[in-house]
Design a protein around this ligand. Structure first.
Ligand SMILES: Cc1cc2nc3c(=O)[nH]c(=O)nc-3n(C[C@H](O)[C@H](O)[C@H](O)COP(=O)(O)OP(=O)(O)OC[C@H]3O[C@@H](n4cnc5c(N)ncnc54)[C@H](O)[C@@H]3O)c2cc1C
Length: 306
């Protein structure tokens, strides 16, 4: 059996793709290891238009409910591990099952890079965060720490200077890298204290994070902060295909229509190289990918393309 459109992913980009493609009259199959995506890791979303404040998991659930208003086939519980194109597309799942399809949208998002420090997992979402722009406002007038000193970290520190009382920047090496204008701003800022050659060894607390033990220049110190943002970048979940062009950091290259270099194969959301990594963008890109993939499927159906 050859399916019409297979969408790989289980969150905003995938579910938006599924809704738009279904409404355009195409049979859609969604393949996901699990539903929710990154938004499951945040307490509150306050910048998604139409919802002044909504818990991340609730918004994720609403996406699924909305998708289920349509006749979408769901293949859950297994990651897709390969995409081939011998004739039609073939999507291989980790259990060995292969789904054939006329068109495929990759919406596998990204995973925040983790530190691997003790207690990190335990306090994730309870003081340890991976997105200062999303959760920074929760620490109005408080002291926080940012781990990293690259592009993501410098942007995070810059953003937090308007919110927090003080920002400790913890980084393993020396100096900052990122945009000069941002670096100049934060280097001079009296709220920012840069701890170079420093590394978090352990997070501690009770129900919520209370602080971190840090190896500061070879000396172990304790930093009492209710919030630590680990901003050492995101890893795109793009390993499942070698068919498409990717940036150095592994993001799938697409054009403004979410097309990869392979006809009928699209990528939407955080996994691609377009736009800021936010829900509004991934939902919008899902719309574009869904409509274009539907158009492509119809042309194959009508024999206009093979
Ligand atoms: C802590 C945190 C807080 C955030 N807060 C906000 C916020 O307040 N506002 C905002 O706009 N944005 C926020 N973001 C960013 C937002 O979550 C992302 O931009 C958005 O989730 C991207 O959606 P996506 O569908 O592209 O990918 P993801 O959310 O990463 O979802 C990818 C999905 O694909 C599945 N998947 C991955 N690989 C495979 C595979 N091989 N096979 C099958 N399934 C696979 C995953 O399980 C997941 O379901 C936050 C991010 C984080 C980490």
């Amino acid at each position: 059996m050859v399916r019409e459109l297979v969408v790989i992913g289980g969150a905003s980009a995938a579910q938006s793709t599924a809704v738009y493609a279904s409404r355009a009259g195409v049979d859609v199959t969604v393949v996901a290891d699990e539903y929710g995506g990154q938004i499951n890791n945040t307490d509150v979303v306050e910048n998604y238009l139409g919802f002044k404040s909504i818990e991340g998991p609730e918004l994720a659930e609403r996406y699924v409910e909305h998708m289920r208003d349509y006749d979408v086939e769901e293949v859950l519980g297994h990651r897709a591990v390969d995409i081939r194109r011998p004739d039609h597309f073939e999507v291989e799942l980790e259990n060995g099952e292969v789904l054939e399809a006329l068109s495929v949208v990759i919406a596998t998002g990204g995973s925040r890079r983790k530190l691997g420090a003790e207690g990190e997992k335990e306090y994730a979402g309870r003081g340890v965060g991976y997105c200062a722009v999303c959760d920074g406002p929760l620490y109005q007038g408080e002291e926080v720490a940012v781990v990293g000193a690259g592009y993501a970290a410098t942007e995070a520190v810059d953003y937090l200077t308007d919110i927090a009382e003080k920002i400790y920047v913890i980084n393993r090496s020396e100096g900052f890298s990122g945009e000069e204008i941002t670096i100049d701003r934060i280097k001079e800022h009296d709220k920012v204290e840069h701890w170079e050659n420093s590394e978090i060894v352990e997070f501690y607390g009770d129900q919520l994070l209370e602080g971190a033990v840090i190896d500061k220049n070879g000396k172990e110190v304790t930093l009492e902060v209710p919030g630590v943002f680990i901003e050492i970048g995101t890893k795109p979940n793009s390993d499942l295909t070698g068919l498409v062009g990717k940036t150095e950091s592994g993001r799938i290259e697409v054009d403004s229509q979410m097309r990869t270099g392979v006809k009928g194969l699209y990528a939407a959301g955080d996994v691609n190289d377009k736009g800021v990594q936010q829900l509004a963008v991934s939902v919008g890109q899902g719309c574009i990918a869904g409509l274009n993939a539907a158009e492509y499927v119809k042309e194959v159906r009508e024999g206009k393309i093979s």
